[in-house]
Design a protein. Structure first.
Length: 502
C-alpha cells in the first residue's frame, strides 16, 4: 500500500501543469542534443544548471534535467540509424545494424523498433526504481559514518574500473576533483583553505563554473579542433510502423536488453555504454544466425536501444538511495539538488518524497512523450544537423556565461568557466576523462565529512573502517574493483568497449 500511495503522490506531482511542461521541454532538448553529435546530455545539463537555480520547486528542475538525460538516449539513435553518425556514445552500437537497415530501405522500421524498445525498457526500468528505491533506502539509513565513507570510496573506485582509457589517469582525475573540492572554508573549523587570500574563493569553486567549463566549453573546443562531419541520409523514410514479424523478433532482444541495462545502469561510470555494447554481444551469442549482425539484424537495434535506455533510468537509483551519482549527468543533477538546498543521502527519499516520487512518475510521462516526439518529428530532428557549429557553439557559450553570472552576479565565476574550459580541453587532449574529476569534485565534500565524523566518533581510531563488517566489506569490494581495473586482460576489453566513445 505504501508503494501505491507513493506512486499516487508522484503522479499528482508530475501531472502539475508546470512539471508537465518542463518534462516536455527536457525530453525535447534531450532528443535534440542526442541528435546533434558533439554536444551530448552532460554538456547540455551543465549549461542549464544556472536556470534551475531560479526554480521555485526543486522537483521541477530535476524533472527537466532527467528528461534531458534519458531523452538524449532516444535522440542518439536517430542519426545513428539514418546517417551512421551516433549522437550519443551509447548509440554507437545501434549504428552497426540500424544504418544497414536504413540502407535496405527499412529506416522507418529501424527507427520505430528503436523508439518502441526504448519506451518499453524505460517503462520497466522506472518500475524497477519505484520498487527498489524504498528497500535500498531503508538499508542505507542503517549505515553509520564509516559505512557511508566506504560507500563513497566504492563508488569512486568502481567509476575508475568502468572508465575508458587508463585507470591511472582516471584515478588522478578523481584525486584532482577531490582536491578542488577542498578549496574554500573548512566546514568543521571555518578556516580558509587554499584560497590564497582571495575572498571570492572562500565559498570554494562554483559547481556551475566547473561543470560548464569542463563539459560545455571543453567539448566545444574539442569539436572545433576536430569537427565531426554529418553524413548523408540514405533514402526516404517510409513505413514508421514495423511489421508483425519485426515486432516478434524484437520482443526477446528488447526484454534481455532491459534486464541487462537495468542492472548495469546502477554501476558508476559508463553503465549505459556498457549496457548497449553488452546487449549487442549477448544478442549475437544467442542468435541462431549470428552472421546477420552487422548486416541489418533487427535484434541489433532492439536489444542495445532497450539496454541503454533502461540503464539511463536505473542510474538514478544510487543517487536517490545513497546520494551517490553514477555518472557525469547524475553528478550534475546532484549539483542541481545541492544548489536547491537538498541534502543528498539516504534520507532524501523520506525528507523529500514529493521530489523523489514526482521524478519517478515523470519518467513514465517522459517516455510516452518521447515516443510522440521521435516518430512524427523525425524530419525536424534530421534538419537540425544542418545547423553549422560556428553558429551553434558561440550561442551556447554566451547562454552559459549569462546563466552562470545570473546566479550570484560574480564575474569571477564567469572567468571560472573559461579557466575550467581550458583545463578540460587540455585534459581531453591528454587522454584524461573529465567525468571522474567531476565525480571527485561532487563527492569530495561527502568523503571528507564522513571520514572526519567517523574518526571523531571512534576517537581517531582508523580501524573503525575495518572493524565494522559492512564498511570492511565495501572497502574490500573497492579493492577488488581496483585490482580488476588494472589487470591487463580487463583493461584491453574495456578499451575495446569504449573505443566507439572516443
Amino acid at each position: 500500500m505504501d508503494l501505491f500511495d507513493n506512486l499516487i503522490l508522484g503522479l499528482t506531482t508530475a501531472f502539475q501543469l508546470k512539471n508537465l511542461l518542463f518534462c516536455l521541454l527536457g525530453v525535447a532538448l534531450g532528443t535534440a542534443v542526442g541528435v546533434l553529435p558533439g554536444i551530448g546530455p552532460t554538456a547540455t545539463v551543465a549549461m542549464l544548471l544556472p536556470i534551475t537555480f531560479g526554480f521555485d520547486e526543486p522537483v521541477t528542475a530535476i524533472i527537466m534535467l532527467a528528461g534531458i538525460y534519458y531523452g538524449a538516449q532516444y535522440g542518439g539513435s536517430t542519426t545513428a540509424i539514418l546517417i551512421n553518425l551516433p549522437g550519443e556514445s551509447s548509440s554507437a552500437v545501434t549504428a552497426l545494424d540500424g544504418h544497414q537497415l536504413a540502407r535496405q530501405g527499412k529506416a522507418g522500421t529501424a527507427l520505430a523498433i528503436a523508439a518502441l524498445s526504448s519506451f518499453a525498457a524505460g517503462t520497466v526500468a522506472t518500475v524497477a526504481i519505484a520498487v527498489a528505491a524504498p528497500p535500498l533506502t531503508a538499508v542505507a539509513l542503517k549505515f553509520g559514518q564509516a559505512e557511508l565513507f566506504s560507500v563513497v570510496v566504492l563508488g569512486l573506485i568502481v567509476s575508475i574500473a568502468l572508465a575508458s582509457g587508463s585507470p591511472l589517469k582516471a584515478l588522478a582525475m578523481i584525486v584532482l576533483g577531490i582536491l578542488l573540492s577542498t578549496v574554500g572554508r573548512d566546514g568543521f573549523t571555518n578556516t580558509a583553505r587554499f584560497t590564497f587570500g582571495i575572498p571570492d574563493l572562500d565559498a570554494g569553486f562554483n559547481f556551475v563554473s566547473v561543470a560548464v567549463g569542463l563539459f560545455g566549453v571543453a567539448e566545444i573546443l574539442r569539436n572545433l579542433h576536430d569537427p565531426q562531419h554529418s553524413g548523408r541520409i540514405v533514402g526516404a523514410i517510409k513505413g514508421l510502423w514495423p511489421g508483425r514479424e519485426d515486432l516478434r523478433r524484437s520482443v526477446a532482444p528488447a526484454t534481455r536488453g532491459t534486464v541487462l541495462g537495468s542492472i548495469l545502469g546502477v554501476l558508476p561510470g559508463g553503465g549505459h555504454v556498457l549496457a548497449s555494447f553488452g546487449s549487442y554481444a549477448l544478442e549475437k551469442k544467442v542468435s541462431r544466425n549470428p552472421k546477420e549482425f552487422g548486416h541489418g539484424a533487427i535484434a541489433g537495434v532492439a536489444g542495445p536501444e532497450a539496454a541503454n535506455n533502461a540503464a539511463a533510468q536505473t542510474s538514478f537509483i544510487p543517487l536517490l538511495t545513497l546520494g551517490l551519482p553514477a555518472n557525469g549527468v547524475m553528478a550534475m543533477i546532484a549539483g542541481a539538488l545541492i544548489l536547491q538546498g537538498i541534502a543528498l543521502g539516504p534520507s532524501v527519499i523520506q525528507d523529500e518524497p514529493e521530489l523523489v516520487w514526482g521524478l519517478i512518475a515523470s519518467m513514465w510521462i517522459g517516455n510516452f512523450l518521447l515516443v510522440l516526439l521521435n516518430l512524427p518529428l523525425i524530419g525536424m530532428w534530421v534538419k537540425m544537423l544542418q545547423v553549422p557549429y560556428w553558429v551553434l557553439f558561440p550561442a551556447i557559450v554566451v547562454f552559459a556565461c549569462i546563466g552562470c553570472y545570473s546566479i550570484r552576479g560574480n564575474i569571477y565565476e564567469v572567468l571560472g568557466i573559461v579557466v575550467f574550459g581550458l583545463i578540460g580541453y587540455l585534459l581531453i587532449r591528454a587522454g584524461c576523462e573529465p567525468v571522474p574529476l567531476l565525480l571527485g569534485f561532487v563527492l569530495g565534500p561527502f568523503l571528507e565529512e564522513y571520514l572526519r565524523r567517523a574518526l571523531i566518533i571512534s576517537r581517531g581510531d582508523p580501524m573503525t573502517f575495518l572493524t565494522r563488517p559492512i564498511s570492511a566489506t565495501l572497502l574490500g569490494l573497492a579493492l577488488v574493483a581496483l585490482v580488476i581495473a588494472v589487470l591487463p586482460t580487463i583493461r584491453r576489453k574495456r578499451e575495446v568497449v569504449f573505443a566507439e566513445e572516443e
